[in-house]
Design a protein around this ligand. Structure first.
Ligand code: ADP
Ligand code: MG
Length: 234
């Protein structure tokens, strides 16, 4: 198993490489997709074309995630209330939740401090984590989100699902590129999460029990008096 530093170096290198590769793949892919769509419209009963199209979509979503990862960082870090960020994400995936018969319960400490964060990136983290929770519960169920003020300048956000769970020996594999157990998975969602959380000086960890559910814990440093002052000026 890799230590954290090796993991982060590997991610940095992968981020740089993926930008170039993803761009090179995207253009021919777009033209292949166009021609397949044309072929489908001319031969609507050909079932192979539909499979080709869905596999193209899969490559497209992998490329999309790689490009997102590698995006040159024009990131803007601002002091924000994490509750609002999570609420926005829950609103965003609302339709998907009801479609899958899933209810979300949110509980936050009233005095949870604000954090210094890049809002768009952080939203992506919660989208990816909630997406995994949804996909882990094919029969529906509850997701519970808990925000806690830990003291010592940290906050934690826990996301708990009642899904299929993750075998213990797999926990250390999470976040490695292309590790997926899903037929249509990319195995890039958690890698993205690790990378973004790391850029927030946070921590991400998993506890899970097979057939019971998974708890994802994210720890963020609270915004300090200095950062609060700094952003007030800028
Ligand atoms: P993907 O969702 O495309 O498979 P991710 O990086 O998001 O890629 O997740 C990698 C793997 O980690 C998943 O395929 C799944 O096996 C496991 N996993 C992540 N989150 C959960 C969860 N909440 N419950 C069960 N398994 C999970
Ligand atoms: Mg995922």
């Amino acid at each position: 198993t890799m230590n954290l530093l090796q993991k982060s170096e590997k991610l940095a290198i992968l981020g740089e490489m993926s930008a170039g590769i993803a761009h090179e793949i995207r253009n021919p892919l777009t033209s292949i997709k166009g021609f397949i769509q044309l072929a489908i419209s001319e031969n609507p009963q050909n079932k192979y074309f539909a499979i080709v199209l869905s596999e193209i979509e899969r490559i497209n979503s992998i490329v999309g995630e790689l490009l997102f990862l590698a995006k040159p960082t024009a990131d803007v870090f601002l002091v924000k209330d994490i509750r609002n960020i999570i609420k926005d994400v829950v609103t965003l995936i609302h339709t998907q939740l009801s479609l899958h018969n899933i209810q979300i319960n949110e509980v936050y400490d009233w005095d949870i401090p604000k954090i210094l964060c890049e809002e768009q990136r952080l939203k992506q983290v919660f989208i990816n984590l909630l997406q995994n929770a949804i996909e882990a519960m094919p029969k529906g169920g509850y997701i519970s989100i808990k925000g806690t003020f830990l003291g010592e300048g940290n906050i934690s956000i826990e996301i708990m699902d009642q899904g299929v769970g993750i075998p213990e020996e797999r926990i250390s594999t999470l976040g490695e590129p292309f590790y997926t157990t899903k037929e249509k998975g990319t195995g890039l969602g958690l890698m993205t999460c690790y990378k973004i959380i790391e850029s927030h000086n946070g921590k991400l960890c998993f506890q899970s029990e097979v057939n019971k559910g998974t708890k994802v814990t994210i720890i963020f440093p609270a915004a300090t008096q200095d950062t609060l002052l700094g952003t007030a000026i800028h």
